[in-house]
Design a binder for this molecule. Structure first.
Ligand code: ZN
Length: 299
C-alpha cells in the first residue's frame, strides 16, 4: 500500500498583518488600521501577524516597540506567531536586491535630493540609468520603471489604475545611507510571511503600484490590498507623531474600541461600550463587513 502524498496545490490560508513603524506610540489612526486588519482576518478564521517595520533607526523612538505591543494587548488584539523585526532581515533584502541586479533592473544613482529638485523633476526621471556621476560618496540604488499602466482592485477603494512611471519614477530600493527602502522590504516580508491581504491606511495607496511592480519583477503573487480611511487632525493632516498625535489611551479601551468600530462603518450597538474589549472584538468579528468600511481616503 502506498501513502498518498499531500497535494502540492495548497490554498494559502488567510493571513493578515499589522506592521507599525516604531516612530512613536500607537495613536488613533494606527489603532484603526490594526483593528480593521485584525477583524477582517479573524472574521475569516485567519492568522494575524505583527511585524515591526523598524528599517529606519534615525526615525525611531526608544521604547516605542514595547509601548505599541502593550497597547495592542490592552485592546485585546492578540497576534499569532513570533513578531518579525525588519531590522533583523537585512540579508533577505540583500538577496532580493541581488535578484533585481541579475535581471539588470537596478542601477546606482548619485543624485542628491537637491540635484533632482534643481532639474525640476516631480518623480525621478531615470537620470543615472546610463551612468552616475563619479566622485560622490554615496549611491542609492534605483529600479528601472517602465511606462506602463497597472490596474488592480482595492478591497475597499475599488478599481485602481495607475500610470506606473508617472506615479513613481525610478524609485529607490536601497537608500544612499545603505538602508533598504520601505517598498522593497514590505514586498519581501509580505511574501515571506505568506500575507494574503494587506489592510492598511489610504496614505499608503500611492505606494501600492510601486509594490505591485516589485512583486511582478520578483515573481511574487501579490496579496489583496484594502485601504481604510486615514484619521486626520483638525488641520486635515494625517495623525502621526510628527503632526503631534496623542497616543491612544490605555485607560478606557472599550469606549475607544467602539469608536473605532463606528469609524469603520460597523455600527456597534450603544450598550456595547459596557462590555470588555474581548467581547467587543467578538461582536466586531461576528458582525464584520468590509463592504461597510467607508471608501474614502480620510475620515
Ligand atoms: Zn541619479
Amino acid at each position: 500500500m502506498t501513502i498518498q502524498e499531500p497535494s502540492s496545490i495548497s490554498l494559502l490560508s488567510p493571513t493578515g498583518r499589522f506592521a507599525p513603524s516604531p516612530t512613536g506610540p500607537l495613536h488613533y489612526g494606527s489603532l484603526l488600521t490594526a483593528v480593521a486588519s485584525y477583524l477582517n482576518i479573524r472574521a475569516n478564521n485567519g492568522t494575524w501577524l505583527v511585524r515591526i517595520d523598524d528599517l529606519d533607526p534615525p526615525r525611531q523612538m526608544p521604547g516605542a516597540v514595547s509601548e505599541i505591543l502593550h497597547a495592542l494587548e490592552v485592546y485585546g488584539l492578540h497576534w499569532d506567531q513570533d513578531i518579525v523585526y525588519q531590522s533583523k532581515r537585512q540579508h533577505i533584502y540583500d538577496e532580493a536586491l541581488a535578484k533585481l541586479q541579475e535581471k539588470g533592473l537596478v542601477y546606482f544613482c548619485s543624485c542628491s535630493r537637491k540635484d533632482i529638485l534643481e532639474r525640476g523633476e516631480r518623480v525621478y526621471s531615470g537620470h543615472c540609468r546610463k551612468g552616475h556621476l563619479a566622485g560622490r560618496k554615496q549611491y542609492a540604488m534605483r529600479i528601472k520603471v517602465p511606462q506602463t499602466t497597472l490596474s488592480w482592485n482595492d478591497l475597499i477603494q475599488g478599481p485602481q489604475i495607475t500610470e506606473l512611471f508617472q506615479a513613481n519614477g525610478d524609485f529607490v530600493v536601497r537608500r544612499a545611507d545603505g538602508l533598504y527602502a520601505y517598498h522593497l522590504a514590505a514586498v519581501i516580508d509580505d511574501a515571506a510571511q505568506r500575507i494574503t491581504e494587506s489592510i492598511r491606511g489610504a496614505d499608503l495607496l500611492p505606494s501600492t503600484s510601486a509594490q505591485r511592480y516589485l512583486q511582478q519583477v520578483l515573481d511574487i503573487e501579490p496579496p489583496e490590498y484594502g485601504h481604510i480611511p486615514v484619521a486626520v487632525n483638525e488641520k486635515g493632516e494625517k495623525l502621526s507623531k510628527q503632526a503631534g498625535a496623542t497616543p491612544i489611551s490605555t485607560v478606557d479601551p472599550a469606549t475607544t474600541l467602539c469608536k473605532v468600530l463606528q469609524d469603520l462603518g460597523q455600527a456597534p450597538p450603544e450598550d456595547l461600550e459596557a462590555s470588555s474589549v474581548s467581547d467587543i472584538l467578538r461582536w466586531g468579528q461576528k458582525n464584520w463587513s468590509l463592504d461597510n468600511v467607508p471608501a474614502r481616503h480620510t475620515l
